[in-house]
Every structure is written in C-alpha cells, then in structure tokens.
Design a protein around this ligand. Structure first.
Ligand code: KG4
Ligand code: ZN
Length: 361
C-alpha cells in the first residue's frame, strides 16, 4: 500500500460495532471518509457491565449494516475498497471472532487483501492519522478497558512503559459513579458533579506514587471512596448533592494527579521523545487534558489529543493502522484468528487484570 489506498476498517472487540472507510496516502493525505459506530449501552444497561455473549451476538447482527452505512457515507461501493482491516484482538473473544469471521467472508467474496489489526495499535497510531505526528512519541491510552503508557517508535514497534495493575481509570470512574448514585457512563457525570465539589474535603490516596516507574493502580482509590461514602451514609442516612460533588471532585483530583505524575515519569524514561499523545474515553475529561497540557508545557513537549470520536473505539483507527503497517507486513490469510490477549509490546507478557470490558493487554 505505497500509494493512496482505500481501506475498509471493522471493529467489534468490545461494546461498539464499527465500520469506517479511510483514504491512506503519503504526506498527510490520509483522511477518514466515513466512520460509523453503533454502541450497545442499552443492551448491557441492566447488567452493570458488558455481557460478552450479548455483545458478540449484537456485533454479528450489526456489522453488515455498519459496513453498508460506511460505504454510503463515503459515497463508495465495496469494489472501490483496496483492502479490508479488522480488529483481531485484544478484546472480548466473541466480539473479536464476529468481526474476524465477517472480514474473512468479505475478503473471500471480494478477493481483497485482509489485515488483522491489534486494537491497541489502532488507538496508538491515531495521532498519525489526525495530526501527522512523527515517530517516536509517548501515548497514554486511558479508557474503560485500557490504561497504559506506550512508546510508539513505528507502525509495529511499541514499548509498554507501564500501565494499571488493576482497574482502568474509565472503569474506576464508572464504578465510583455507581457508588455515589450518579448516572452511567460515570466519567462525564463525575466530571460534571466535580465542578461544584471541593477536591480537598476528603483525603483520598494517590496510589503507587511511592513506587518508581509509571505503573498505576486505581482499585485502592475506589475502596477509599467507598469508605468515605459509607461513613457519610452511616452518619446522615444518605448523601447530599454536595457530598456527591465533593466525593466526585476528590476522586477525580486523585486520578488526574496520578495520571499527570506518571506521565512525567514515563516521559523521563524516553527523554528523546518530544510529543505526548492521549487516547481513550477518559481523554474527554477536561481536568485530565489540562493536567497533561501542563506536563507537556513544563517538559518542553507537544501535547496531542485526537478529536474525541477518534479517541474512543472506532474502525477508522483500525483501517489506518492496517495501512500504516502494510509496507512492513504481508496480508493475513484465512488462518487469521481472534487473539483475546494480544500485547502490543512483544517483549512483555499480557497484563493479568480484566475489567468490566474484558481482558486488558
Ligand atoms: O474509549 P471508550 O469509549 O471505551 C472503552 O473503554 O474502550 O471509553 C469509555 C470510558 C468509560 O469508562 C467512561 O466513563 C470514560 O471513558 N469517560 C470519561 C469521560 N468520558 C468518558 N472518563 C472521565 N471523564 C470523562 N469526561
Ligand atoms: Zn479501545
């Protein structure tokens, strides 16, 4: 794929079914021609987390519809597409299998080359699609299912500098929102409540700050918020709106401080790196963004946050990653299989943590 090419991307590794058409070209000519994302929040709402079997079935039902819509929005036909890219892991196995089987069917029927893509590579390479960022750069991936620092040196050359040893931050935002009776998804509602809150009323811990390196932990922080909530409920029979706001503000301040400090430490490990990028749903949080901007200002680096629609799960990032990697690899054949655990960094084992959205890599 040296010249300008058109790639159809497919994503189904978690609870979003997505298809996109991306034009890939040299010198910033790449563009997202269409990006369709169909969420499943309603299907899982009653269960307090993503139910893998329900997710897999919904993906299988919606993929062809998403592809049709992506083609229509890009004003193209399947015959205009040069290659098919699909998330082959990591993620919930049923969803990944749905996508991989669908992509194999399309590739067989059309004779187009097929590329299995690592979902995390999709997130990690997005700043090259949106901002033409040059290698190497530091990527903080923070979402409901992922939390890691990646040193991105090339399309398939990543080092994992550190990550969460338990919950992902988005998962923690969602759990805390549930604990203090705020609506889901927790991130936006905690952020909103925190605006009226006092972040100093509760002395919440900043976990793993005393440990060198940039690993993170959020489950102890969650327990601390739970205890503070229980103390208030025992004393006054419930939570007042101001209590919710103060708990939200205290929790958010702790997460922000940890992410900022660990970003500084990650950067110190790769001092030649001049760009800090962020991706994942938690990148929507203004307090997180502002703190990362401050880190970048004080370390003489540039801060890049792709537009939110490309920060969260989407298929444009999968199409782009395939195109970016195509020069250095062969297409996959019909033996392509789903890899629910697929660490990006080949030197490191997969993380063992498994959040509400499935296995982290
Ligand atoms: O990347 P994403 O859409 O899906 C995956 O987790 O893969 O991220 C969703 C997560 C949710 O946990 C949500 O609560 C969190 O991102 N989130 C936020 C905000 N908006 C979404 N967290 C903090 N502040 C926000 N404004
Ligand atoms: Zn993701």
């Amino acid at each position: 794929m040296g010249k300008t090419t058109i790639i159809l991307g497919l994503e189904s590794s978690c609870d979003d079914t997505a298809a996109a058409i991306v034009r890939y070209g040299p010198d910033g000519l790449s563009a997202v021609l269409s990006s369709v994302v169909v969420g499943q929040t309603d299907l899982h709402a009653a269960f307090g987390g993503v139910v893998p079997e329900i997710a897999a079935r919904a993906h299988a039902e919606k993929l062809d519809h998403c592809v049709e819509q992506a083609l229509t929005q890009a004003e193209m036909r399947l015959s205009d597409v040069d290659a098919i890219a699909v998330t082959a892991g990591p993620g919930l196995i049923g969803g990944v299998v749905s996508g991989v089987m669908f992509a194999k069917g399309l590739a067989t029927a059309t004779g187009k080359p097929l590329y299995g893509v690592n979902h995390l590579a999709g997130h990690a390479l997005t700043p090259r699609l949106t901002d033409d960022v040059t290698y190497p750069y530091l990527m903080l991936l923070v979402s409901g299912g992922h939390c890691q620092f990646l040193h991105v040196r090339g399309p398939d050359d990543f080092s994992r500098l550190g990550g969460t040893i338990d919950d992902a931050p988005g998962e923690a935002f969602d759990k805390i929102a549930r604990l203090i009776s705020l609506p889901q998804p927790g991130g936006p509602s905690i952020e909103q409540a925190a605006q009226q809150g006092d972040p100093t009323r509760f002395a919440f811990p900043r976990p793993l700050m005393d440990r060198a390196g940039c690993d993170m932990s959020f489950s102890g922080l969650k327990t601390a918020v739970l205890r503070a909530r229980d103390t208030l409920v025992a004393a006054q029979g419930g939570l007042y709106p101001q209590d919710q706001s103060d708990l939200a503000a205290g929790f958010q301040a702790a997460v922000v401080e940890v992410l900022a400090e660990k970003t500084r430490r990650a950067l110190a490990q790769v001092p030649e790196t001049k760009t800090i990028c962020v991706a994942g749903g938690v990148a929507a949080n203004m307090a997180v963004r502002t703190a990362l901007e401050t880190v970048s200002r004080t370390t003489d680096t540039t801060f890049i946050a792709p537009p939110l629609a490309l920060c969260t799960d989407n298929a444009a990032m999968i199409a782009f990653a395939a195109a970016e990697q195509a020069a250095g690899r062969a297409p996959d054949d019909m033996t392509l299989s789903a890899r629910p655990r697929w660490p990006l960094d080949k030197e490191q084992p997969a993380m063992l943590g498994s959040g509400k959205k499935g296995a982290k890599a």
